[in-house]
Design a protein around this ligand. Sequence first.
Ligand code: GLN
Length: 493
Amino acid sequence: MTGTAMNNDRISAIDLAQNVRSNVTTAADVVEQHLARIAERDGEIHAFNLVLADEARARAVEIDEMISAGRDPGPLAGVPVALKDNMCTQGIPTTCSSKILADWRPPYDATVVTRLRDAGAIFVGKTNLDEFAMGSSTENSAFGPTKNPLDTTRVPGGSSGGSAAAVAADFAPISFGSDTGGSIRQPAALCGVVGVKPTYGAVSRLGLIAFGSSLDQIGPFTHTVADAAVALETISGHDPGDSTSIQQGPLDLSRTLELGVAGLRVGRITDLPTGASPDVEQRIEEAFDALRAAGAEIVDVEVPAFSYGLTAYYLIAPAEASSNLARFDGVRFGMRTAAPDTNQMYMATRTEGFGDEVKRRIMLGTYALSAGYYDAYYGRAQKVRRLIANDFAVAYEKVDVLLTPASPTVAFEMGDKASDPLAMYLCDTYTIPSNLTGHPGMSVPFGTGDHGLPVGVQVLAPALKDDVMFQVGAALERSAPPRSAGSGEGSAS
Ligand code: GLN
């Protein structure tokens, strides 16, 4: 087996920015180190669709000049950042890992891109994803799969697999993904990094190419909970350009990290859907034990409608996707396949431009929305969505947070589920409900499961309690067992 994950000279993004701001190192050096790692290993991993080497070097010079001139570039000064390739970057290809957008260059930057740049971050590349963020393994990319840096025979998870792999492989200390049904938390778990989906509306979706607009949120991947807090503080806060953006300032997270969990009530969902493998179940039990030992009270709760999340999601998300993806018609964006008339051009372009999974979602969604079926499918799913929210509301009267697995298993082998859509959909059993409710969720690495691969514990919290979620996440991080070496280093399987 291949590859090791740990890099002994790894420092946190916070420390890195501090070193750049205080002239201990230069942004130029930081960028060169990361570009060298990318050059060395991304041929194998394929975390990136595009490496922005020239742009990153030029930006590093600007950052260093600002510092020499006595100006502060911001809290992420000189920090290399990787962006999922579904976030618009002005003049820079933004493909959604789809043939249909292969050559498209957005005319504007996503709000998160602007905010990160204003905070001193340096973009090193656009990361690979399942086409239009539909998938859980990054095998659905039109440009080939991403491999898990901890074991290159296995998937990194998805759909933000490139972003998770970029952090796990130390190509960048911070990356960003989008999470519609688990696409940040599940790959974070599989790659052994922290991944956060904030409360819906906390981060602007302006310039995030839409999949399921009522579900999509952007969030960070990092090695540490503290870095994730700073990353999310940087990108969150009201944006008038997104009508679903919450009218409040940035999330306030870093101050909670040292508070501990004494007195907090941590919920165990007694009727959680089964399906998690024994190694994952065992780490979750240990996570409850660790929080109890740190002073939390563990409380049993029921969330009966939790198990209907997946079913409701696979009506609502495809319904929204079928509408959102109608704009890729060969006229307004990206590629066009020549045909004798306009209707045939639409059909030829979409037939050639979209991959199988995207077509499957468009068909599912169009069916669910069609006259005569709308009430039975889409309408019903929305009612289930309400039930799920109601059940969580009852549970959150008794507890501050809930703990579940982020992924039912550790990273699986490439090809394992690629021909079985249902098996792939089940990867998101534990993450999807909080997308339907708009609640925050995060995955924190917590020891090792089968094959020496990382396990992620998911912390869930009520809407706008992202700070409490981080408080618990930080406590979990402090008490996490060290991760044993990956299977490449000969540990048990
Ligand atoms: N795996 C889920 C899906 O394919 C979630 C994807 C996501 O969160 N973008 O829909």
